[in-house]
Ligand binder design. Structure first.
Ligand code: HEM
Length: 281
C-alpha cells in the first residue's frame, strides 16, 4: 500500500457516513509514531541538560566577560524570601513556583525547569544526556525513513504547498477559526504548510543545531558551527526550535481532537480514513 494510493479501501462501499480511503502508508505511520516517541523523550531530557546551565547566549563564547545572554532562568533571595526569575532579552519576570524556583514553600527546589518537566525528574545530567542522544538518533532514523518512503511513494507531494494552496489559505484559516474541518482526500492548505514547515524546516533545524554542538561533528564538519554563528547561537537556536516544536505538538493534538479524533487516529494507526461523500479533492 502506498500513500499515493487514495482509492477506496477494499470492501468499503460508500455509505451514509462517507467513503473509506487509504490515507497513510505503513512507513508514514511507523515513522510518525517513532518521531512522536522521540520528541516525547527528547524534550524532557533536553530540559534536564538545559538545567545544568540555564542561560542561553548568542555568539561563539559565554562567560563573565561577555554580555550576550538572551535567556536566563534562576533563583535569588528577594525581599520576601527566595524567588524564581526568568530574564528574556533583558526583561526580568517573576516566575516563582514554575521557573527558577518550584516545589512550593515546604520543599523549594532552585532549578530552572521543575522536576515534573524533566527526565529524570531529579538532577541527573549524565542520564539525561545518554537518553537524549539515544532518542536524537531515533528521530534522525524516523525522519530518514519518512523521507525515503515519501520519495519512493511520492507522498512528499501531499505535503508541499502549491500556489493554489497559498491562495486558499485565508479561506482555510477562517474555516479553522469556525471549527469547520471538512474531511477531504488531501490535506488542507494550512495542514500542508504546517507539516511541510515541521518536516522540511523545524526538524532539520533541530537535528543540525544539535549536531553543531557535538565536539565530534566540530572536528568532522567545522563549517556546521560557523553556519549557526557559533556554538552558543546553535544552542539558542536548538532551544528556540524545541519551543516551536512543543507548540506545534500542542496545537496539532488539539486540532486532531477537534477535527474528529477517531477517524484521524484510525488513519495514523491503520491507514484508513473516512472522507465526506461530497468531498472535493
Ligand atoms: C501524541 C501526539 C500526536 C498525535 C496524537 C498525532 C496525531 C496525528 C494524526 C492523527 C495525523 C494524521 C492527520 C491527517 O491525516 O489529517 C498526524 C499527522 C502528522 N503528524 Fe502527528 N501526532 C502527534 C505528534 C506529532 C509530533 C510530535 C510530530 C512532530 C514531528 C507530528 C507530526 C505530524 C506530521 C508531519 C504529520 C503528517 C504526516 C504525513 O502525512 O506524512 N505529530 N498526526
Amino acid at each position: 500500500m502506498t500513500d499515493s494510493d487514495k482509492s477506496p479501501a477494499p470492501g468499503a462501499a460508500p455509505d451514509a457516513k462517507g467513503i473509506l480511503i487509504r490515507r497513510h502508508g505503513l512507513l508514514t505511520r511507523v515513522s510518525h509514531w517513532a518521531w512522536v516517541i522521540a520528541i516525547f523523550m527528547l524534550v524532557p531530557t533536553g530540559l534536564q541538560i538545559f538545567n545544568a546551565h540555564p542561560t542561553l547566549y548568542i555568539g561563539q563564547q559565554s562567560g563573565f566577560a561577555f554580555d550576550n545572554a538572551v535567556l536566563e532562568i534562576g533563583a535569588r533571595q528577594g525581599t520576601k524570601g527566595p524567588e524564581g526569575y526568568t530574564v528574556l532579552f533583558g526583561q526580568r519576570l517573576d516566575t516563582t513556583g514554575f521557573l527558577g524556583l518550584s516545589g512550593g514553600a515546604t520543599r523549594p527546589d532552585a532549578v530552572a525547569f521543575p522536576g515534573s518537566m524533566t527526565i529524570p525528574s531529579f538532577r541527573d545530567l549524565a542520564t539525561g544526556r545518554v537518553v537524549h542522544f539515544f532518542f536524537a538518533w531515533v528521530l534522525v532514523g524516523a525522519l530518514a525513513l519518512w523521507l525515503i518512503s515519501a520519495l519512493f511513494t511520492r507522498h512528499w507531494r501531499a505535503l508541499v504547498p502549491t500556489a493554489a494552496d497559498v491562495r486558499s489559505l485565508p479561506r482555510d484559516l477562517t474555516a479553522h477559526a469556525r471549527f469547520r474541518f471538512p474531511r477531504h482526500r488531501t490535506y488542507s492548505p494550512l495542514q500542508k504548510l504546517t507539516y511541510f514547515s515541521v518536516l522540511g524546516v523545524l526538524l532539520p533545524l533541530i537535528i543540525l543545531s544539535g549536531l553543531a554542538m557535538s565536539p565530534a561533528m566540530n572536528a568532522g564538519w567545522p563549517w556546521l558551527i560557523d553556519l549557526f554563528g557559533g556554538r552558543q547561537t546553535a544552542r539558542t537556536i536548538h532551544f528556540a526550535a524545541m519551543v516551536l516544536m512543543a507548540l506545534f505538538v500542542l496545537i496539532h493534538v488539539v486540532m486532531v481532537v477537534l477535527a474528529g479524533p477517531i477517524n484521524l487516529m484510525r488513519s495514523m494507526i491503520t491507514g484508513r480514513y473516512r472522507i465526506d461523500r461530497e468531498a472535493g479533492p
